[in-house]
Design a protein around this ligand. Sequence first.
Ligand SMILES: Nc1ncnc2c1ncn2[C@@H]1O[C@H](COP(=O)(O)OP(=O)(O)OP(=O)(O)O)[C@@H](O)[C@H]1O
Length: 252
Amino acid sequence: MTLLTLKDFAVTRRGRDILRNVSLSVCPGELVGIIGPNGAGKTTLMRAALGLIDHNGQSTLAALSARERGRAVAWMPQQREIAWPVNVQTLVTLGRTPHLGTGQRPSAADQAAVDRALERMDLQSFRDRTATRLSGGEQARVLIARALAQETPLLMTDEPIAGLDPAHQIATMKIFGALAAEGKSVMVSLHDLGLAARHCTRLIVLDQGGLVADGPPQDVLTAERVRVTFGINAFLQNTPEGLIFQPLDVVA
Ligand SMILES: Nc1ncnc2c1ncn2[C@@H]1O[C@H](COP(=O)(O)OP(=O)(O)OP(=O)(O)O)[C@@H](O)[C@H]1O
């Protein structure tokens, strides 16, 4: 069983090839980090896979109806604007929308899913706070909670830990790891290669719209790959705790 399959997947915008020839599958139990320099195509890959932008080739998610897709994948985009001054509880409950019939009010089971998401993101004490009055990092955690409340087999999220403090970055990556350990999957674009190396079960590297590496972090994040794709020299060491990665310098 796969949660997402892309076959010969490509995106062209304004006559430019932004994504070329990407084929991959995501299975249950994976925490997949999507990494690559600015402009490599990470956001484009996820948005097109969801059917939000035009593409060529196949995406099993894009082929679903909007309602089926809402039950198959939760999407947390990079833009984190919270438009309405609703409280946190109400905002996170919006994550249950794909599970509700037209005009149907959230049930006790929906409320339990919201409670689980709030607890996972350590937000129980924020329940009644107005979402627009929270700090940027707190708002990010609320939006992750909304995606978690959707309780889909796959969570796709674009730079979710940007702007979080170190403790909440690590905690969030651990939550994603726990979801994978439960048999769900998470696809997450990241610029922090240290956290990607440490927490992801698999890394997909994009460079100039092409998939240039796909595999376990220790196979993908080699000194050579980091130099060629990211233009940096880094300290890399395999430890029992996983791969340790520390960027050191820009390649001259
Ligand atoms: N609507 C658009 N029209 C034309 N080009 C676009 C459009 N959207 C994105 N691009 C281009 O597509 C390329 C990939 O963009 P994308 O946002 O997917 O990169 P990214 O890897 O997510 O980058 P970042 O790390 O900076 O967020 C970039 O060169 C970008 O300028």
